[in-house]
Write a protein that binds this ligand. Structure first.
Ligand code: ARG
Length: 465
């Protein structure tokens, strides 16, 4: 039998303590101890509010707050003795505080662990969103730098993983910048949602005590742009809502999907088959058997970890789906997946930001890959359209030219003009000008297109942003 008597917080009605296995299945302190600083912050605000409304004295408030500071110091120095018999971070801290300060017995007045943990997590989400945002911003900056270095590197763009049309490597990289910028808005939306204080919801139905919810919200920074306090509006929703967990995990899993696609591109590009880039040694590994190998492990792991982020989201959705209102202990399982999504997402982003400065484009291999004139077949269609040929007909004509080049085993732009002119009267000797790569790119000069002017403008835009 484990030491259930330590369970002074709710032990009143029990004649024996929980079984050792109950403690093992019930404890969350092994993973929620990372909430300590938010729990302390929440408790200090609670104490300040209780003093403000006269439930405790100013002296008691000061003693509680000082005691909590001392506990946090111990926690941060790694000297706090976490006890799984006390279940979670909240009861560990409260118990330690009560041992040191008698007034701590009043701290939990008008509060339940249900609104307490909801508050801690909202504070944590604000912190976590700021961290993910900083990491996203660093990735964007590193991508923009790499785009700047690869403005003049032309590569084939792909559809169906078949060479399609030429683009600059910069334009390809800037596509990911768009994705990560959208991720920032998703993370910002989660942060905005987190900004309401659940304290005062109690276990489920609030309290009869004369608390001041706005006061405690203000203390904890749950305020709008004008500094007005924001509090949750339904006590039952406030203690059972896990939307933020789902939204955060969802935003992280979209980041993961973007990182995974980016990783896949870099893995392909760094293969001997493509050879468009080389990756820095510091983010690759060798083989224990094959001495020549240089494997893109960091990007493979990012691709793998993105699956984990998706799994975390799935876990949360499944956990919440069948739960009746309000709090059910199932909800304690909400933290490992969001902590994992946060840790992994940040690690993945930070690896990419650190690796990108060492990525080097291989100009020779890129030039060779983009040399096939067939990549500009669409530009020949445009040439015909400009001469008044309807698009569908022009497409057909160029298709016939491609067929001819295959039959004659000649590059498209080297077909003899007497053969070419037979295919359509609108094809003049100047048709070969369509194969000028630089011109072809420069002509793509409308917003969003891969022309160098547009790419330069977008690089400038992101630098300003
Ligand atoms: N450790 C718990 C959790 O994370 C705190 C809330 C406990 N509430 C309760 N009614 N037992 O969910």
């Amino acid at each position: 039998m484990a030491d259930g008597k330590k369970q002074a917080t709710w032990g009143g009605r029990f004649s024996e303590g929980p079984a050792a296995l109950m403690l093992r299945i019930g404890e969350s302190v092994s993973f929620d101890q990372r909430l300590a600083r938010f729990d302390v912050q929440g408790s200090q605000a609670q104490a300040a509010m209780l003093a403000h409304v006269g439930i405790i004295t100013d002296g008691e408030r000061d003693a509680i707050c000082a005691g909590l500071d001392a506990i946090l110091e111990k926690v941060e120095a790694g000297r706090f003795d976490w006890d799984p018999a006390l279940e979670d971070v909240h009861m560990n801290i409260e118990q330690a505080l009560t041992e040191a300060i008698p007034a701590a017995a009043k701290l939990h007045t008008a509060r339940s662990r249900n609104d307490q943990v909801a508050t801690d997590m909202r504070l944590w989400f604000k912190f976590a969103c700021a961290e993910v945002d900083a990491s996203l911003t660093a990735v964007i900056a590193a991508l923009v730098d790499l785009a700047d270095r690869t403005r003049d590197v032309i590569i084939p763009g792909y559809t169906h993983l078949q060479r399609a049309q030429p683009v600059s490597m910069a334009h390809h990289l800037l596509a990911y910048v768009e994705m990560f910028a959208r991720d920032r808005t998703r993370i910002a939306a989660v942060k905005e949602q987190a900004n309401a204080c659940p304290l005062g919801s109690g276990a489920i139905a609030g309290t009869t005590l004369p608390i001041d919810r706005e006061f405690v919200a203000r203390e904890l920074g749950f305020v709008d742009a004008e500094g007005r306090p924001r509090v949750t509006q339904n006590s039952m929703d406030a203690v059972s809502d896990r939307d933020l967990f789902i939204d955060f995990a969802s935003a992280c899993s979209v980041v993961g999907v973007h990182l995974s696609r980016f990783s896949e591109d870099l893995i392909l590009w760094s293969s001997a088959e493509f050879g468009y880039v080389s990756l820095p040694d510091a983010f690759t590994t060798g083989s224990s058997l094959m001495p020549q190998k240089k494997n893109p492990d960091a990007f493979e792991l990012i691709r793998g970890k993105s699956a984990r982020l998706t799994g975390n989201l799935q876990m949360l959705l499944t956990m919440v789906k069948g739960l009746p209102l309000t709090y059910n202990r199932d909800l304690q399982e909400d933290k490992p997946p969001v902590f994992d999504s946060f840790d992994q997402c940040k690690l993945m982003l930070d690896c990419v930001a650190a690796c990108l400065p060492g990525v080097v484009a291989n100009a020779v291999r890129c030039a060779a890959a983009v040399a096939d004139p067939a990549l500009l077949a669409t530009d020949v269609v445009d040439y015909l359209v400009k001469k008044g040929v309807p698009f569908r007909e022009a497409h057909h004509v160029v298709g016939a030219l491609v067929g001819l080049s295959e039959r004659l085993q000649l590059p498209l732009n080297e077909l003899p003009f007497d053969e070419v002119s037979k295919v359509h009267a609108a094809l003049g000797e100047d048709w070969v000008e369509a194969f000028d790569l630089e011109k072809a790119l420069a002509a793509r000069d409308k917003p969003g297109m891969p022309g160098p002017m547009q790419v330069a403008a977008r690089i400038e835009f992101w630098r300003q942003a």
